[in-house]
Design a protein around this ligand. Structure first.
Ligand code: BGC
Length: 329
């Protein structure tokens, strides 16, 4: 049985107990009504399973990658997956086995996994037409992973945009959460708002009263700084500087705002393009990481070896400056 189930049952039982016993149980099972997400320091396994086909945007995920990640001190990975491209009434069984394999590798290294439904572009363009597919994918995943531990977390959708606005997201998420809860009553679910997981949109989301549903946002501010020089953009942005007191104050204010949410909050992505020098990448990354930690917000850096890499694919070593920015060593 999962530890969370034990605690919840203990709390329910306590409700019926005499006062003295209640006090004793409360001290033994002292848990917050909304317990923390089991994610503090996490890295995105970007450009692998959310590419049109794994291998098209970068090297496939290897067991050694998960070993390296765990050895650095990360406690979780966020796994972006383009499920809709592998869905034809059900998820392609061979593709699902590959997802199982990566989740299993992470688990064998003691890492939690945030399974993130990424790049569902048809849903952004036609929310009403694709809502049924979205809910079906989550129902299948919840059934498939029903016996997995709480270390597997479901993130409903990466970066809603286009026609998928706040008004549409509420009912869409409610449908998926209801489908998931039929199979996984206690699993953590993470949900983010429109505007590519913007902070304000996150705070406006209307979600069911479920204490295992957390919120998520992405942070790439200022965009012209974090995405400067990125060659994958249609229009390459010019060099930009960062680091004034006003720049730093903006991060603090933005994180105050994000942490004002009435649910646990996860920073699901942040980072600076790999084309930017370590002297600029590192201080921004450290400031954001510290702002998250100071507010009890778990963070996931984007990404292992994607366009905002933390590890050099050629050497298998940290990109200069990033280890210190993330772990202070
Ligand atoms: C996208 C990546 C992009 C990153 C930073 C992610 O959500 O999937 O393609 O590099 O955000 O913009």
């Amino acid at each position: 049985m999962r530890p969370g189930t034990d605690k919840r049952q203990a709390q329910e039982g306590a409700g019926k107990a005499p006062r003295l016993l209640l006090a004793v149980l409360a001290s033994v099972f002292a848990v917050d009504p909304v317990r923390a997400l089991p994610v503090e320091r996490c890295v995105n396994l970007g450009n692998a399973l959310e590419a049109p086909a794994e291998g098209e945007w970068g090297p496939p995920i290897l067991l050694e990658d998960l070993g390296w990640i765990a050895a650095q001190g990360f406690d979780a990975v966020r796994l972006p997956v383009r499920f809709d491209a592998h869905w034809n009434g059900v998820i392609d069984p061979a593709f699902l086995r590959r997802v199982d394999e990566v989740i299993g590798w992470a688990g064998s290294e003691g890492l939690a996994v945030i399974l993130d439904l990424h790049h569902f572009e048809a849903l952004m363009a036609d929310p009403d037409g694709q809502a049924g597919v979205f809910v079906s994918i989550w129902e299948e995943l919840a059934r498939h992973y029903a016996s997995m531990s709480e270390g597997l977390i479901f993130e409903l959708l990466n970066e809603p945009s286009g026609a998928l606005d706040t008004a549409r997201l509420g009912p869409l998420y409610a449908g998926a959460i209801a489908a998931i809860r039929r199979h996984s009553p206690d699993r953590w679910i993470v949900a983010g708002g429109e505007d590519w997981n913007g902070i304000e949109a996150m705070l406006e989301l209307e979600l069911p009263p479920d204490d295992r549903v957390a919120l998520t946002f992405h942070y790439y501010e200022p965009y012209a700084f974090t995405h400067q020089l990125a060659r994958w953009r249609d229009e390459v942005l010019p060099p930009a500087d960062w680091g004034s007191p006003a720049d730093r104050a903006r991060i603090e204010a933005d994180f105050d705002r994000a942490a004002s949410a009435d649910r646990p909050v996860l920073l699901g992505e942040f980072g600076v393009a790999g084309e930017v020098s370590p002297e600029l990448r590192a201080p921004w990354t450290e400031a954001v990481r510290r702002a998250a930690e100071a507010r009890g917000v778990g963070w996931c850096i984007w990404a292992l070896e994607a366009e905002f890499p933390i590890r050099d694919p050629a050497t298998g070593q940290w990109v200069p400056g990033v280890e210190r920015a993330l772990f202070g060593r």
